[in-house]
Design a protein around this ligand. Structure first.
Ligand SMILES: Nc1ncnc2c1ncn2[C@@H]1O[C@H](COP(=O)(O)OP(=O)(O)OP(=O)(O)O)[C@@H](O)[C@H]1O
Ligand SMILES: [Mg+2]
Length: 257
């Protein structure tokens, strides 16, 4: 019998990957050896305040530099991409607080800024921004002063800017926090219709509950990672236990006093 030829299996590098990541922010050791492969088209990120969700997203779009370990985009170090390649074409982020993101005084200028990595002339970028707004029934927003918009509307501007820029991966940090119910439904529809990979950090669990992958971060470590239904239910059960324990402790302290 002829020898069986060894055919190596080619496994494509994941869209994003963290390897042995260590990060300190101020007095907090946020991550100490975090490993994650992020390849699915939709990934939810949940966990308590301070768990490390924003820090993780900031690392994934090169806004934060790790102390050690690697952040890889399709196998390439995000901070050392081949000459001429900007990470902004690969990853873009919508901030938790829109006021940390918005730079320009009007909506059209802010949207035009997001087209800068495409190398468009200013006039062309503004025209595209206006067309984009008009196509979404928001033509009258174009010349509006960003400062005249509500918090939820400013958050919407940040989302539109990211959508228009169209990087391969969209990182959304608490995007549902300030939105009203129609706004949440619209954003959920937009995300569902996105061709790109989308990572969403959220305290509002319903939008990610049916996603195939949700990661639960707890003090910088992965405590749950799997189908949204299971991970969200495990998180909610843990929260219910914590709340009950803290209530018992307070009742005991009152009884002793
Ligand atoms: N600018 C900063 N300087 C120093 N430490 C920071 C800074 N930002 C965050 N941290 C610390 O890093 C840790 C992780 O914070 P991070 O903002 O990533 O949490 P999070 O999961 O996004 O929380 P939240 O749900 O409140 O948004 C926390 O201990 C926090 O105190
Ligand atoms: Mg956060």
């Amino acid at each position: 019998m002829p020898p069986v030829a060894f055919v190596p299996t080619v496994v494509a590098a994941p869209l994003l990957e963290l390897r042995q990541l260590h990060l300190r922010r101020g007095a907090s050791q946020v991550f100490a050896g975090l490993n994650l492969r992020l390849d699915e088209p939709r990934i939810g990120l949940i966990g308590h305040n301070g768990a490390g969700k924003t820090s993780l997203l900031r690392l994934l779009c090169a806004l934060e530099l790790q102390d050690s370990g690697q952040v890889l985009s399709q196998g390439q170090d995000l901070h050392a991409l081949p000459h001429g390649e900007s990470h902004t074409r690969r990853v873009g982020m919508m901030f938790q607080n829109p006021d940390d993101q918005i730079i320009f005084p009007t909506v059209e200028e802010e949207l035009a800024l997001s087209l800068q990595p495409l190398g468009l002339k200013r006039r062309e970028a503004l025209a595209r921004a206006r067309d984009f707004l008009a196509g979404r029934g928001l033509g009258d927003w174009a010349a509006r002063a960003v400062g005249s918009l509500s918090q939820g509307q400013r958050q919407q501007v940040c989302w539109l800017a990211l959508l228009l820029a169209g990087p391969r991966t969209l990182l959304l940090d608490e995007p549902f926090a300030s939105l009203d119910l129609p706004g949440r439904a619209r954003l959920a529809d937009d995300i569902a219709g996105c061709a790109q990979q989308v990572l969403v950090s959220t305290h509002v669990l319903d939008p990610v509950r049916d996603w195939p992958r949700v990661i639960w971060l707890d003090a910088g470590r992965v405590r749950g990672d799997g189908p949204g239904r299971e991970v969200c239910a495990a998180y909610e059960a843990a929260v219910a236990r914590e709340v009950a324990q803290s209530r018992d402790r307070r009742a005991t302290m009152r009884a002793v006093a």
